[in-house]
Design a protein around this ligand. Structure first.
Ligand code: ZN
Length: 95
């Protein structure tokens, strides 16, 4: 197996090699929704840390399944959390 053959952290599918985050294409889309969702959430509810936001998404049964899985994966992987925070700040979400 080539070392570039990585698997999705959330569902263990083989990920696309070009992806900078360890998610399959389905979970990458959910991840993008999370980034956008955080912006919306903050606009609606005011101050909420990225970690609190992820916990709420993960524990909310009305969140989509994919999004909940991504939120859980980010919360349990420090390196993913760092990427998530970087992506937020690169979109102007830094305080
Ligand atoms: Zn996946």
């Amino acid at each position: 197996m080539r070392p570039s053959c990585k698997r999705c952290v959330a569902c263990n599918r083989v990920t696309e090699e070009s992806s900078k985050i360890p998610f399959c294409s389905l979970h990458v889309r959910a991840y993008e929704n999370l980034i956008v969702g955080y912006v919306d959430w903050r606009n609606a509810y005011g101050d909420l840390s990225p970690k609190e936001f992820l916990e709420r998404v993960r524990d909310n049964e009305y969140s989509g399944r994919w999004v909940r899985e991504v939120a859980g994966a980010v919360l349990s992987h420090e390196d993913l959390m760092q990427i998530f925070l970087n992506d937020l700040s690169s979109r102007g979400m830094k305080d």
